[in-house]
Design a protein around this ligand. Structure first.
Ligand code: G3H
Length: 541
């Protein structure tokens, strides 16, 4: 799309600060299969940045590069490589001890850290994330990896114990599940891809990884590190159209785990394609329509601050974002006034601008979709109540505060995943409990108030509908040590540092009747490392 530059916030190429420029275009011609970076000479997908640039009188999208559009043939080759690396649990990787695998992951983490500056820059250009949010995403991912290594060490210690139960000696192990298909989302292309990729690998599975379509090039920077740090076939990458490269994988019946973060519509389509549904484990993170409930005794400023960052951090493109605010009639006027003033002060600009909050949106046609939501609400009686709310400049939309949002409007139930704040008035808490109960989603909720009794009354019914009730705080996933999940169309499976290790493994028991011979024998069997003859003294626990 090219248009005439009348007034636009987008820069000319020389306005981009030198240290944030990247050498264009970045043509990705390789994919990783069976430990080899294979060259692809077929068609490639052009990658456009949400950051447009001015050239004289015109404004056009920045071309960042391209990536391979693989076909079924290459996808099935990655599957064969992953299956061979797993080899029914007898491959080098699944047969390693947890400690051995941890060493490989730690080496990979070091290689990843070397790429910090480049990955942060690509997060800015590929998905329009502000520099500070991009840095947070990167640093959080490294922390997550380190915490996962520590959790794995704990798990290994627990697994090495011998349990005695009613005449049975047992060792309870966590073992891998097989071949995992990992697909991450565009809004956290690094962090949420690694939130499944790393635990899947550390537990001994082999992986086929499809990076998100937006945020794909940053993963290109890691291909050599994957190749160098893991045995051949343990991690393979695919790129291309879902029907071409993902459907054949699922239809093969050889995918054991689907780790997908994206829409429930796509998750449903993917799961249905597996011919043996009971063999497929799914770990899914999907949509949410998290509500904030601002009670009449809420600390107004605190509620405004939390709702502001809860609904508009990274332009509202977080699954945990507050997507509708229910505000009690008694403080509605004050809340709306303060909230709109705060929204009007949010700096809009390019990801490298100091203090920027609102940045270009990466999804193609996203502003048109958001405009459709605004038009629908306004046609049914709502208004955009903040100054310049909803104004569009190519891929950038100024946040729109929409009030009053009513049940017949799309914004009431549809996940906007963008810079629109929907506000509804309420007079009785029953109304908001009913909203949460009837919603298709069940991730989190935030309640703002000070009356302990009222808060306590609300917590139980809400906790039975969603998976995290936040008090006087916005919704969020972190810290990653806490379980993160959802009900209904919001999630399947639980992720956290420790839960993810469980999600990508299964319990298996090595057991024996408790007698003198087995007491001597079992500890020796347990401590023997695979692939080594046991010559040392037999240990006992
Ligand atoms: O997009 C969904 C993310 O899991 C949200 O994570 O709450 O840390 O931004 P966050």
């Amino acid at each position: 799309m090219t248009s005439v530059a009348s007034t636009t916030i987008f820069p000319t190429p020389d306005m981009v600060p030198e240290k944030y420029r990247i050498s264009f275009p970045m043509e990705q011609r390789h994919y990783l299969c069976n430990g080899v970076l294979r060259e692809w000479t077929g068609p490639r997908q052009e990658v456009l940045s949400p950051i447009f640039q001015r050239h004289g009188a015109t404004v056009s999208p920045t071309v960042l590069g391209s990536y391979p559009l693989l076909t079924k043939k290459q996808a099935l080759a990655t599957l064969a490589a992953a299956a061979k690396a797993y080899d029914h649990g007898r491959g080098e990787w699944p047969a390693m001890t947890g400690a051995q695998r941890c060493r490989r992951i730690a080496a990979f983490a070091e290689r990843l850290e070397e790429k910090r500056a480049d990955i942060v820059k690509l997060l800015m250009w590929e998905v329009g994330k502000s520099k500070s949010e991009a840095e947070k995403e990167f640093d959080r991912t490294i922390l997550y990896m380190r915490d996962t290594l520590a959790a794995m060490a704990d798990l290994e210690r627990a697994s090495s114990r011998l349990v005695k139960e009613r005449g049975v000696l047992a060792q309870i192990r966590r073992v891998p599940l097989g071949v995992v298909l990992c697909m991450g989302p565009f809004n956290y292309p690094l962090n949420e891809s690694f939130a499944t990729l790393i635990p899947a690998l550390i537990m001994g599975n082999s992986v086929i990884f499809k990076p998100p379509k937006l945020g794909v090039l940053l993963h290109h920077l890691l291909l050599e590190a994957y190749r160098d740090c893991f045995p051949a076939g343990v991690i393979n990458t695919v790129y291309g159209e879902g029907q071409e490269v993902i459907s054949p994988l699922l239809q093969s019946a050889h995918i054991d785990v689907l780790a997908f973060i994206g829409s429930s519509r796509v998750a449903t389509t993917l799961k249905k394609q597996h011919p043996k549904p009971h063999r497929l484990r799914s770990i899914l993170g999907m949509e949410a329509k998290n509500a904030a409930i601002v009670l009449k005794d809420a600390d107004l400023q605190q509620a405004v601050d939390e709702c502001l960052s809860g609904s508009l951090t990274y332009n509202g493109q977080r699954c945990t974002a507050l997507k509708i605010l229910f505000v009690h009639d008694d403080l509605l006027d004050d809340f709306l006034g303060r909230f709109c003033r705060a929204v009007e002060q949010l700096p809009c600009g390019m990801p490298w601008d100091e203090g920027v909050q609102i940045t270009p949106l990466p999804e193609p046609n996203k502003v048109e979709y958001l405009k459709g939501l605004l038009d629908d609400a306004c046609a049914k009686g709502a208004r955009i109540i903040n100054r310049a709310g909803g104004s569009i400049d190519h891929s950038l939309m100024t946040p729109a505060v929409v009030y009053p949002v009513q049940p017949d409007m799309r914004l009431y139930s549809e996940e906007q995943f963008g810079p629109i704040v929907a506000i509804s008035p309420f007079s009785t808490t029953e109304q908001v409990i009913e909203y949460v109960t009837l919603s298709d989603y069940g991730q989190q909720v935030s309640i703002f108030g000070r009356d302990t009794e009222l808060l306590a009354e609300l917590v139980t019914p809400l906790a039975n509908q969603v998976c995290r009730v936040n008090i006087n705080s916005q919704c969020q996933r972190g810290p990653d040590s806490l379980p993160f999940t959802g009900r209904k169309d919001s999630a399947e499976g639980t992720l956290s540092v420790t839960d993810a290790l469980q999600a990508f493994s299964i319990s298996t028991i090595v057991a024996a009747r408790e007698n003198a011979e087995n007491k001597r024998l079992l500890p020796a069997v347990m401590t023997r490392e695979p692939g080594r003859s046991h010559t040392g003294p037999e240990s006992s626990s």
